[in-house]
Design a protein around this ligand. Structure first.
Ligand code: NAD
Length: 496
């Protein structure tokens, strides 16, 4: 028996009418557990109509009412996090503690958005000219949409919807069709928190729904997180239709390990960041750039750690690493390892033959050494449990390698030298930098975003930039003159 996963429109579940569905699996067992409805253009249009009506009302809600809804949502999410984590693990495959971590990092964004009365405070300049004041306000856009990837089915929607809703917009979520259930759990929590129907909507779907979002004249802005080719497409089509778009793409995150680094600490950090969530994180460290003499001890230290990791069902508390999202993706990742080996990389630890459950979409941890910049295992985002070690002679060679990569999401340096770390932060052309921190995902009161092909658009996600993205600025210039002093003046107004 498979479950039917439907849309959430007007504050309730709505069965799809398109006649098209997509299978949802438990990646740990390989079993098909549900069918998710895929929306037609007409269904998306109906959802937008409901959201537009809700947005007209919601923008009038006071800041204190919005804050109260966000506080209630925060409490519910916190209370129900263990249930939600199980849903994430059952459809994504990541281990329960990792699912809990994703919820906690998403929750931060809700907490940030509870401060909306403060976040939307404008500036006021008294007496900019004699008897004239200027102030600015930020107003909601109306209906905004978020299109999200499979790898963070809770955190990434929360990056978007918390601020969008707090700023007075109605938000339509088009989650990944691979793990869609978490979005409905969030929808119910929003309702229970007192959010009016239609302010948070979930439309499941594929390219048909996405294109309908990009073309709909009543959707003012689109936030996207996913792979680079789709991010570019979303940005181009959305902006051609006059929308605001922020589209975050893929990544190839390098760890630069200097000869003075503490080898054990660097190896712990690199292993955690390379293989956590089976490498299916946009901030996964997939390349270790080993400078000089550090290379062999680093490879040895990483290799020593991998056999200790338990690969299995993420629902089992003893498991360290779960499966990949689909059988096709597992095969694609294994294909990259084959290609790396054929191109001359040394397979130090081989996950293709590891000791992991045969059912489900598993691939073991894989470590490749002597990877070079021409190999596809280096050039492409693999999004799996594969770490490539590139050996370089100097810091300069390492930084040049990182800066020549098309992706520029995150990076990390491991060193005990503060001066070199500061130089790295200055030199590196990457949006998010860790200094002895392997996964430098910014806290919610900063903003998240990469450079180059890791982000299309000029606004980063969440935090202050998220609030700006979901609002339009308006500047008011006012005066209250004595009518007796009024006169005609055709000159261009100047301050006096
Ligand atoms: P994806 O690009 O395949 O899908 C993302 C979304 O786009 C999904 O909702 C999907 O339904 C939709 N989509 C897919 N193909 C489409 C098409 N042809 N036309 C229109 N819409 C389409 O990404 P994914 O596999 O779900 O997620 C993994 C990718 O996301 C990786 O590349 C990862 O690096 C990236 N990611 C980036 C960040 C970041 O912050 N930069 C965060 C998480 C994930």
């Amino acid at each position: 028996m498979t479950t039917r996963i439907s849309h959430w429109i007007d504050g309730r579940l709505r069965e799809g009418t398109s006649g098209r569905t997509s299978p949802v699996h438990n990646p740990a067992t390989g079993q098909r557990t549900a069918e998710v409805d895929l929306a037609s253009v007409e269904e998306l249009n109906a959802a937008v109509a409901s959201a537009a009506e809700a947005a007209r009302e919601w923008r009038h809600s006071s800041l204190s009412r919005r804050a109260a809804v966000l506080f209630a949502f925060r409490e519910l999410l916190n209370e129900r996090a263990p249930e939600l984590a199980k849903i994430v693990t059952a459809e994504h495959g990541k281990v329960l503690s990792d699912a809990g971590g994703e919820i906690a990092r998403g929750l931060e964004n809700v907490e940030y958005a509870t401060g909306v009365p403060n976040l939307l405070k404008g500036g006021f300049s008294e007496q900019v000219s004699t008897g004239v004041d200027v102030y600015n306000i930020r107003q909601p856009l109306g209906v905004v949409a978020g299109i999200t990837p499979f790898n963070f089915p809770v955190m990434v929607p929360l990056w978007m919807c918390a601020n969008a809703v707090a700023c007075g917009n109605a938000f339509i979520l088009k989650p990944s069709e691979k793990d869609p259930s978490a979005s409905l759990f969030l929808a119910q929590l929003w309702k229970d928190a007192g959010l009016p129907d239609g302010v948070f909507t979930v439309v499941h779907g594929d390219k048909v729904a996405v294109d309908a979002i990009l073309d709909h004249p009543d959707i003012a802005a689109v936030s996207f997180v996913g792979s680079t080719p789709i991010a570019k497409y979303i940005y181009e089509r959305g902006t051609a239709n006059g929308k605001r778009v922020q589209a975050l793409g893929g990544a190839k995150n390098h760890a630069l390990v200097l000869p003075d680094a503490d080898i054990d600490m660097a190896a712990d950090a690199v292993v955690s960041a390379a293989y956590g969530a089976a490498g299916e994180r946009c901030m996964a460290l997939s390349v270790a750039v080993a400078v000089g003499d550090v290379a062999q001890p680093l490879v040895d230290a990483i290799a020593a750690r991998l056999p200790k990791l338990i690969v299995g069902d993420g629902a089992d508390p003893d498991t360290d690493m779960g499966p990949l999202i689909t059988a096709e993706h597992r095969d694609k990742v294994a294909g990259y390892v084959d290609a790396g080996e054929s191109a001359g990389a040394a397979v130090v630890v081989d996950g293709r033959t590891g000791d992991h459950p045969s059912e489900g979409f598993f691939l073991g941890t894989t470590l490749l050494d002597h990877v070079t910049r021409e190999m596809t295992v280096y050039t492409d985002e693999i999004f799996g449990p594969v770490l490539s070690v590139v050996r370089v002679d100097t810091y300069e060679e390492g930084i040049a390698l990182i800066n020549s990569n098309q992706y520029a999401n995150g990076t990390a340096i491991f060193t005990r030298d503060g001066g070199v770390a500061r130089q790295f932060q200055y030199d590196v052309e990457v949006g998010m930098v860790g200094i002895n921190v392997p996964i430098p995902v910014p806290v919610a009161y900063y903003s998240f975003g990469g450079w180059k092909d890791s982000l299309f658009g000029d606004t980063h996600m969440y935090g202050p930039e998220g609030v700006n993205f979901y609002t339009r600025g308006k500047v008011v210039t006012q005066r209250w003159p004595d009518p007796a002093t009024s006169s005609v003046d055709l000159g261009f107004p100047r301050t006096r």
